[in-house]
Write a protein that binds this ligand. Structure first.
Ligand code: DC
Length: 232
């Protein structure tokens, strides 16, 4: 791991899709004034850039090259983080179910993961980093000060995704979403490289019956107990 990652406060939040990692990670990062790494976005961006440049999802060498050369930026506009790929605003385009499905395929390729490793570690700069993903605690930041495995039942995650999409004006049915979530879980947990699983020293938090503020409070308490947050 890089020298900076071992001296900077790092909180890793891993878990399956739809467990609330994104929401919780950005709330904690905002509360502590820490940086945020949305590692899933890098896989989504790799898959999107591959499509843009005509690289097929079975072309592993081509995909690794795309991952290595990703030209991305995450500027904040009106309080919201934008995602730019080669200057193009792809904030919404990389969030579709299809983009997630393509990302999951790309993420199963070892050379792609290797190509994105250093880029992810470079996010660990002071005062601290909240790293959201699947292998943050197991592979990318094994020395993190606090590792959380955030989970929820597949049914609850499908319900949350359904509500999110409904609010965004996107049509989707609950049974289809549940099926997609289960297929994505299977691919993420069964792949041979960096599979989705809690780090040995991770704390698992099941959010099925917890509200967002309750999860933020619990994590803040654990961070405070570890001396990583002042607990204000
Ligand atoms: O969290 P997300 O839905 O944006 O992630 C998109 C895909 O990328 C998901 O199928 C799992 C994969 N991923 C990964 O393999 N490792 C990470 N650290 C983050 C995401």
């Amino acid at each position: 791991m890089s020298a900076s990652a071992s001296t900077v406060n790092v909180l890793t939040i891993d878990g399956p899709g739809g467990a609330g990692k994104g929401t919780i990670s950005s709330l904690i990062a905002e509360r502590l004034g820490w940086h945020l790494l949305d590692s899933g976005a890098l896989y989504r961006l790799t898959a999107y850039a591959a499509g843009k440049h005509g690289v097929e999802l079975n072309d592993e060498t081509g995909l690794a090259r795309v991952a290595e050369n990703l030209d991305v930026a995450f500027p904040v506009a009106d309080g919201a983080v934008q995602t730019l790929l080669e200057g193009e605003d792809v904030t919404r385009a990389i969030r579709t179910e299809q983009a997630g499905e393509r990302a999951s395929r790309v993420a199963a390729i070892p050379v792609v993961r290797e190509a994105l490793l250093k880029r992810q570690r470079d996010f660990a700069v002071g005062p601290g980093l909240v790293a959201d993903g699947r292998d943050m605690g197991t592979v990318v930041f094994p020395g993190a000060g606090l590792k959380i495995f955030l989970t929820a039942s597949a049914e609850e995650r499908a319900r949350r995704r359904h509500e999110q999409l409904r609010q965004a004006g996107v049509n989707a049915t609950l049974p289809n979403l549940l099926q997609e979530i289960q297929a994505r879980d299977a691919r993420d947990t069964q792949r041979s490289v960096a599979p989705l699983k809690p780090a040995d020293d991770a704390v698992t938090l099941d959010t099925t019956r917890l509200s967002i503020p309750e999860v933020v409070e619990q994590l803040t308490e654990w961070l405070t107990r570890k001396g990583m947050a002042s607990g204000e």
